[in-house]
Ligand binder design. Structure first.
Ligand SMILES: [Zn+2]
Ligand SMILES: [Zn+2]
Ligand SMILES: [Zn+2]
Length: 258
């Protein structure tokens, strides 16, 4: 990874250097903090100072001079022709633009072109890999397991990923949360306190709100049918009618499908 970053930095540098356009100032002028005369003067340039162009907005150019960025009016800048540019008077048509280049320069030029092509490819690969990594990660990201908690004092039930705050219990100074276990797909019902809960396995027997041990009955896996007990008033969602044993209000649950 470090290597890739280093390579990218080198490439970035190579691209910047290749793109750098040098201009010279035609007179003394002000460098402003923004593209316009209303912006403050940041510093001044003397005639014939060499600056690097970062952006050309037409009337104004963003420049950098001794690592200080700023804006100047384009009309006071003149492009410095590159040394290896073709002399203007030479007829362009019949000339091979690389004729005058010695093999060393040519090799360097080809090298630079290859380096830039390589950089582009590297960037592209890097981008693709990153996208692929993001795509591969997406389905792997699973929701944190959550747990059912019930307060021993007020019998409030909550599903959270961590133990809830003890503040604001309605029946005692503090909630006293007891974990009923990891939230899951199976219905459990306590015949003493009437609590129903969907967990992965039967919850602990300890700390029933009714002051005894919970007596849990397995009412079956979660489904799309709603069943309502006319005696104890609980509603459960199951695949089929649950067992009728252990109703908290009568001899047996009297289920009605809703
Ligand atoms: Zn409470
Ligand atoms: Zn109970
Ligand atoms: Zn019942």
């Amino acid at each position: 990874m470090r290597k890739v970053i280093l390579l990218l930095l080198v490439c970035q540098f190579a691209v910047t250097v290749a793109d750098a356009t040098l201009y010279t100032t035609t007179q003394e002028l002000k460098v402003r903090r923004g593209a316009g005369n209303k912006f403050d003067t940041y510093y001044k340039l003397k005639k014939s100072d060499t600056v690097e162009i970062l952006e050309n907005n037409g009337l104004w150019m963003k420049i950098i001079y001794r690592e200080k960025e700023g804006y100047v009016q384009s009309k006071f800048l003149k492009e410095i022709p590159e040394d290896n540019s073709i002399p203007e008077e030479a007829p362009l048509k019949d000339i091979d633009p690389y004729e005058d280049l010695d093999p060393k320069t040519l090799a360097g030029l080809i090298g630079a072109i290859l380096l830039m092509a390589g950089c582009r490819k590297l960037f592209e690969n890097y981008r693709k890999k990153k996208q692929a990594a993001v795509a591969a990660d997406a389905p792997v990201v699973k929701a944190k397991p959550s747990y059912w908690f019930v307060c021993k004092n007020c019998n409030q039930k909550l599903r959270t990923t961590a133990k809830p705050s003890s503040a604001y219990c309605l029946k005692a100074p503090d909630h006293d949360w007891i974990s009923l276990g990891q939230a899951g797909d199976n219905n459990y019902h306590c015949r003493h306190c009437g609590t129903t809960v969907l967990t992965t396995k039967q919850p602990t027997e300890k700390d029933c709100f009714a002051g005894v041990l919970h007596t849990w009955t397995d009412l079956g896996p979660i489904g799309t049918k709603h069943f309502y007990c006319r005696d104890c008033g609980i509603t459960v969602m199951t695949k089929e009618e649950p067992t009728n044993i252990n109703c908290s209000h009568a001899e047996a649950h009297r289920w009605a499908e809703l």
